[in-house]
Design a protein around this ligand. Sequence first.
Ligand code: ARG
Length: 268
Amino acid sequence: MNQSLLMCNPAYFGVNYVINPWMQGQVGQVDSTRARTQWREFYEALGRMADVKLIDPLPHVPDLVFTANAGILRGNKFIPSRFRHDERRAEEPCFKAWFSANGYEIVELPEGIRFEGAGDALPQPGRDRIWAGYGFRTDLEAHGFLTRVFQTEVISLRLVNPQFYHLDTCFCPLLDDKVMYYPSAFDPGSVRTIEEIVPLENRIAVSREDAENFACNAVLAEKTLFMNGASRELRSRLENAGYVVAARPVTEFLKAGGANKCLTMALH
Ligand code: ARG
């Protein structure tokens, strides 16, 4: 097990406010028992392939379960998120405390810049490249900061569809320079950027149905892709590319606008 991830038990998870389109009409609608069962099944499956660490859940911060939004980590440097919405800002000190207690160096964003961590910044495995989203939660200015702190190439992609407000809801870097993505989530210039950098044979574009089922919000562990679900077509394309598709439904978390990938943060 050389992969390590951070998760947070959903003891206090729920939809208590509306900050993305998925949450509309879902306030108070989460079935907590079901959410806990779905989370545990995913956690246990992942735990068989990776070392999963836990941050303590806290009342009144229901979205703390989405640890992908803690910040971004590269090497020993951790840049904590600065959330767009006040509803999530109370999570910032929780995540910061965990990362500093676990020996990471905290590098603060400049004043006034918003950034939602690994939800909007995805490294390409085996490459010195970070794909970074902006437009809803993260400011474009945050990308320049990532370049400077991590000394790495950062590719900025503009998100234009409010349903896909974080990059990890519509884009998933895979092995061997491949990517899985939902083109309609991006502005035309960003689609062109993706197509220029990633040759056709390395691009797996998903349908609207798969995108709305959070297929791009997948966690890669070795060659297994953990995801909420995939159509038969997408599943066979991924299997042909050498992946094992492990469906771990997290439908209760979809009510908050997040799925499997959002529920994890890669530690190294
Ligand atoms: N309710 C949360 C929000 O709107 C969901 C976060 C999902 N996380 C993610 N990495 N996409 O902020």
